[in-house]
Design a protein around this ligand. Sequence first.
Ligand SMILES: [Zn+2]
Length: 183
Amino acid sequence: MLTSFNRDFLPEVWLADFNSTVFKSLCENYTMKYHDNTWTVEKMNTNEVVAEAASLGMHPTTVLQNQWRMKDSKTGLWYDSFLYFEHTNLESSFDSPLSMHKIGYDFFMRKKLTKIVWYEDPSTGMIFHTAAKQKNDVFGKRYCCICGMSFSANNFVSQHMRKHPTISRMQSPVVECIFLDEI
Ligand SMILES: [Zn+2]
């Protein structure tokens, strides 16, 4: 489940379909999907596109916050928007890890983490936590979707992400700037 912010006329709550590729507003009047490097939000009854984001973000929550634009329903004119989406619930544990498919394969590459999460590495099926420091005597890791594997959480941003300088990291106006490596 996703929550939208700076949403203007759009609904607040969104649900992923089984494949986590199409998202529908809870009231079932809007659909959000990815096609040709662009996320679009359409009205379900008319297929009219009312919001779109040209983005390489692999999930609505990894679309950068200045990439959305929305269409004024009265004038039909497009305007820049600060629309963004967050996971409503990122609770996780070793026994109930998050799936990269559900949170976005580029999640750790773009998002600023505000808490530790547990996730399943899609390349190995192993369960990792994301803490930079040891937890239960195990060091944390984070998944890189370009390399297709997990790397040490301790220097993921300061070292590993330097290998991928074209990946833009999110600058959230809401969440205080917290360095990933310190969590
Ligand atoms: Zn990488």
